[in-house]
Design a protein. Structure first.
Length: 154
C-alpha cells in the first residue's frame, strides 16, 4: 500500500502528502542537500541524476538533470523564495522537456507527527491545462518510487 497520497484542489493545485519514519530535520535535509537528492530523487528505477545544483536559501538556484542512459534526458530549473530550516520550503520550478513548462510554485512543509514527519507539498500551476499535462507525465509513480527510495535511506 502506498504511503503517498496525491489529490487535486481547485483548478490548478496538486497536493502530495507523505509520512516518513524519520525526523523533520532528516526529511528536510534530504530535500535540500544535493548529494542526498542525487541518491533518492530519481523517479522510476533506471534513472540517475548526474547534476544537482541546489542552493537552498532565498534567491538560491536549483538545477537537477536526469537521464535514463537511453536519451531520455530532461532537467529542472528553479529558484528558492523562502526556506525555514526543518519546517518549510517555498520555491518555483520548471521542467525542460526540452522546452520549459510554465512555472510551478511549490510549498513543502515538514511537520513532526507521531515520532516521524508529515510532509505536505502543495504545487500551484498557472492553469488547469498545465496541471493536466503535469499529471499526465506519470509524476505520481515517479514520486512514489523516489519517496520509497528516500524512506529506505532514512
Amino acid at each position: 500500500m502506498s504511503k503517498l497520497t496525491l489529490k487535486t484542489d481547485g483548478e490548478t493545485e496538486i497536493i502530495v502528502t507523505r509520512r516518513f519514519a524519520a525526523s523533520p530535520e532528516e526529511v528536510f535535509k534530504a530535500h535540500t542537500d544535493p548529494k542526498l537528492m542525487q541518491q533518492w530523487l530519481l523517479g522510476p528505477d533506471g534513472w540517475t541524476m548526474p547534476v544537482c545544483i541546489n542552493d537552498a536559501g532565498p534567491g538560491g538556484k536549483i538545477r537537477c538533470e536526469w537521464t535514463d542512459g537511453n536519451g531520455g534526458d530532461f532537467y529542472l530549473t528553479g529558484e528558492y523564495i523562502e526556506v525555514t530550516p526543518f519546517s518549510r520550503i517555498v520555491h518555483v520550478e520548471r521542467m525542460h522537456l526540452p522546452d520549459p513548462t510554465p512555472d510551478n510554485h511549490v510549498e513543502t512543509t515538514f511537520q513532526a507527527e507521531g515520532g516521524g514527519t508529515l510532509m505536505v507539498m502543495r504545487m500551484s500551476l498557472p492553469d488547469a491545462e498545465a496541471r493536466k499535462a503535469m499529471l499526465a507525465t506519470g509524476m505520481e509513480q515517479g514520486m512514489e518510487a523516489s519517496y520509497e527510495r528516500l524512506e529506505g535511506m532514512l
